[in-house]
Design a protein around this ligand. Structure first.
Ligand SMILES: Nc1ncnc2c1ncn2[C@@H]1O[C@H](COP(=O)(O)OP(=O)(O)O)[C@@H](O)[C@H]1O
Ligand SMILES: [Mg+2]
Length: 241
């Protein structure tokens, strides 16, 4: 791994009396793309939310660049340095351009720079022709492109993606997955990508973490994982079973 960007040590999450994430260690290197793969209910979203500071931890620490979130790095600053996209596009009212600029306004970026950056990102995601369209009048694929633009325009140090393609039809996914891979690669954007599609995990990510019943059961470069699942359960989960 390159220089460690995000470093979680012994993080666990408890929901009522259930432990939904058992104490886990996980690190993401600068520019690294890591997939989190596992069956439904395994704890993928829980792990992502715990790392992204969206869920209270019952134990452990998350550090970025060596600074512990909630201690030497305050939570608000951490949130400003990361971005997330979920299965459902997260768009408010107004036009696509307005939505893509919103995070930049909240960060105090002036109007001219905001417009330039938003326009460049819309162009990069091939939705510049939709800049002035209301977000309510978008197809699923267009709305998810707008959501990705909204997150990427912030130039986060790490991007959290929780099944962003899961609600899209197959042809749309087949276009978007390689495009996103290319974009993330060209920007050397550290990414944590939750998916329940092993082919997507393999095409987008260098490394893959397998989670089952709230436990990380393998964490390896994607090729190694696919060639040599460590246990019969991992083999079963990735479809070698
Ligand atoms: N808001 C919640 N309250 C209580 N339990 C939850 C909540 N969200 C998820 N869970 C439970 O936590 C476990 C892991 O869920 P989740 O992280 O959403 O799994 P995945 O994303 O892998 O499908 C599951 O058993 C699920 O039922
Ligand atoms: Mg989930």
């Amino acid at each position: 791994m390159n220089e460690v960007l995000l470093d979680a040590v012994g993080i666990s999450v408890r929901r009522r009396q259930w432990i939904t994430l058992h104490p886990s260690d996980m690190a993401v290197g600068a520019g690294e793309r890591v997939a989190v793969y596992g069956p439904n209910g395994a704890g993928k979203s829980t792990l992502l939310q715990a790392l992204a500071g969206l869920l209270p931890l019952s134990a452990g620490t998350v550090a970025m660049g060596g600074e512990i979130v909630g201690k030497t790095l305050d939570a608000l600053t951490y949130h400003r340095r990361i971005a997330a996209v979920f299965q459902e596009p997260l768009l408010l009212q107004g036009t696509v351009a307005h939505n893509v600029e919103l995070g930049l306004s909240l960060r105090g970026v002036d109007r001219a720079e905001r417009q330039d950056r938003a326009q460049a990102m819309l162009r990069r995601l091939k939705i510049d022709h939709l800049a002035n369209r209301s977000v309510r009048a978008l197809s699923g694929g267009e709305a998810q492109r707008a959501s990705l633009a909204r997150a990427l325009v912030l130039e986060p140090e790490i991007l959290f993606l929780d099944e962003p393609f899961a609600a899209l039809d197959q042809p749309t996914r087949r276009r978007l997955v390689p495009e996103m891979t290319e974009l993330l690669r060209e920007r050397r954007m550290a990414t944590l990508f939750v998916t329940h599609d092993i082919a997507e995990a393999a095409s987008m990510c260098d490394r893959c973490v397998i989670i089952d019943a709230g436990k990380i059961i393998q964490d390896d470069p994607t090729e190694i994982l696919l060639d040599s699942p460590r246990t019969p359960r991992v083999a079963e989960i990735i479809g070698h079973g």
